[in-house]
Design a protein around this ligand. Sequence first.
Ligand code: 4AD
Ligand code: MG
Length: 432
Amino acid sequence: MESIQILDAKKHVGETVQIGAWVANKRSSGKIAFLQLRDGTAYFQGIVVKSEVGEEVFQLAKNLNQETAVLVTGEIREDSRSKFGYEIGISGLEVVGESHDYPITPKEHGTDFLMDHRHLWLRSSKQHAIMQIRNEIIRATYEFFNKNGFIKIDPPILTGSAPEGTTDLFETNYFDQKAYLSQSGQLYMEAAAMAFGKVFSFGPTFRAEKSKTRRHLIEFWMIEPEMAFMHQEESLEVQEQYVAFLVQNVLDNCDYALDVLGRDREVLKKYTKLPFPRISYDDAVALLQKNGFADIQWGDDFGSPHETFIANSFDQPVFILNYPKAIKPFYMKPHPTREDVVICADMIAPEGYGEIIGGSERAIDHEYLLEQIRAHGLDENEYSWYLDLRKYGSVPHTGFGLGLERTVTWLSGIEHVRESIPFPRLLNRIYP
Ligand code: 4AD
Ligand code: MG
């Protein structure tokens, strides 16, 4: 008899198979027991009929505790009433690992309790669906960049540089030197772009931000493409194509997860239409001021109410272009005719999910960059390798970073970024 994963059920209808699973829930009458099972790939129902299995197996089934691990044997059948679509008619049942007093019961629990039990909470159907969407976004990311001629390059995690500002750094000892956990792989990806043309990275990044919002993690994963011989307008096209591709692949490949999450497919479909709208920072400020945001002045960074208002003015993700130089990092390309802004763009997700991409064209002039490094209070010796890139065949180049967790949160339609990563690192939480 074949051992299968229930996700492959449609290939095995009518066959008798064996599945390793855990008991998520159960209900029973005197003659029939319904086991709610999960095997890691999906949630499905197992049906135990007393007259078919006999008294002993039926009693065993009836008394299974939540999260007991079992091997079930039985016939795969179609089950049009369930979300999953297939069930197993159980003929044999063996307990592999017992479970007593599982803390997460089917009743409602508070968030703190669930976060304390994150190692178990991951087993629940909603968390399961979110992780499938996360996995699909990662898979589609590799597909998109590989088919568009990018090569994956891995920047270091332990670094001596601070691309995104010196205030949010995790510092650690590197023998007798100081080192930081990477805030962004960008500077290394620029070196890689000068070596390989089009590159992308995917890895963990760290920000010691004291922000306790539904969009901020201390440790998050970023996808950072960098492209040589490319200006900002072309980069915006890559960005919108990439994001639309992610949405399309989630629609195509995450049916079950979208059902579990109750995510409206018609809403997601709007995000596959190109191009995405673009608005300048200047116009965004004017739009906010016209609509009663008295707190915002030209030169301010946007907070989440501002981003949400701007996003709600459009039906798709929107690019905000060319922010004030004073609120952006040192490496961005200066505007050709204006002193006060740089050539950059943030992509703001719809529905209040905030910024999912930050990117820019990069400054390529050696003297200008050196000046900026000094003006930002950075130690030029630590950046001399980076400045080398502007000495030996410096070319126009541009890149961006997409925050994986914000994207997962948005496409899943969930409230808070903490559920988009298996073990979130938050302000005041490093357990479990
Ligand atoms: O806008 P950021 O800071 O841009 C960079 O780091 C650039 N060096 C990227 C590049 O051009 N290669 O971060 C990029 C994205 C944000 O748009 C957001 O989606 C995500 O990373 N992000 C966070 N996600 C979760 N928690 C946080 N604390 C985040 N900070 C940024
Ligand atoms: Mg940003």
